[in-house]
Design a protein around this ligand. Sequence first.
Ligand SMILES: [Zn+2]
Ligand SMILES: [Zn+2]
Length: 264
Amino acid sequence: MKLTVLGKSPAWQDAGGACSGYLVEDGDTAVVVDCGNGVFSKLRMFRDYVDIDAVVLSHLHADHMLDLVPFSYALTYAPRQQPVAVDGWPGTDEPARPELHAPPGARDTFRRLTGTWGPEDLIENAFRLREYDEADELEIGSVRVAFQAVPHFVDTYAMRFTTTNGGGRLVYGADCSPTEALTRFATDSDLMLVEATLPRPERTGDRGHLTPREAGEHGRAAHVGRLVLTHISDELDTDWAREEASEAFEGPVEVAKEGAVYEV
Ligand SMILES: [Zn+2]
Ligand SMILES: [Zn+2]
């Protein structure tokens, strides 16, 4: 299984960057995990969007799903998606319509979002939308996806990826405050992709994210093989973040960079 970082910014993009988005590939199977602002453009640098089997969303914050809008426009209006020949494209009877697995309530959220300026069914027409339950286990080609609810400001789900071809276990923590739910879910995984958003814990006391040190503590508690810190702004010092995480976690720690590829 191959993980490519498409975007790793928190709610505001790095210079030239994208918000949360990752490409998980195994053989012919391609899954986009979260689709925040800027991710669709980054995806096109690595894989043709009509070859994506599924998009899976961890939660419905803007920085994890806004680029479903341009993705939907591409699937709806791109010349090669049309039933008749257009501008050199031959036309197709089978336009790409990837699966879209999203948390409960997603259909209403998408309708409110795109209904503010246009058709409220833009996203659900472009994708095969299905709202998942935490207990579901998705089968997307050779990739299997399991979910774990984690504490955040809205309903949010960490994901565990495995494949039917052997290989390793990848856990993506989504956005979350400190929680044993994530360490239990990630136990003994080969790679944990974990958010490290904060330079220090929230001053309000209302927790929703992790510091790099807390990310490291979660990696240690879960006995994971290696740790990749993500959801971290280019306005924070990456060396500092890596050192903080390494204070708690003895294994390899990296800070996610766009375009970085990890074999799991
Ligand atoms: Zn986020
Ligand atoms: Zn969030």
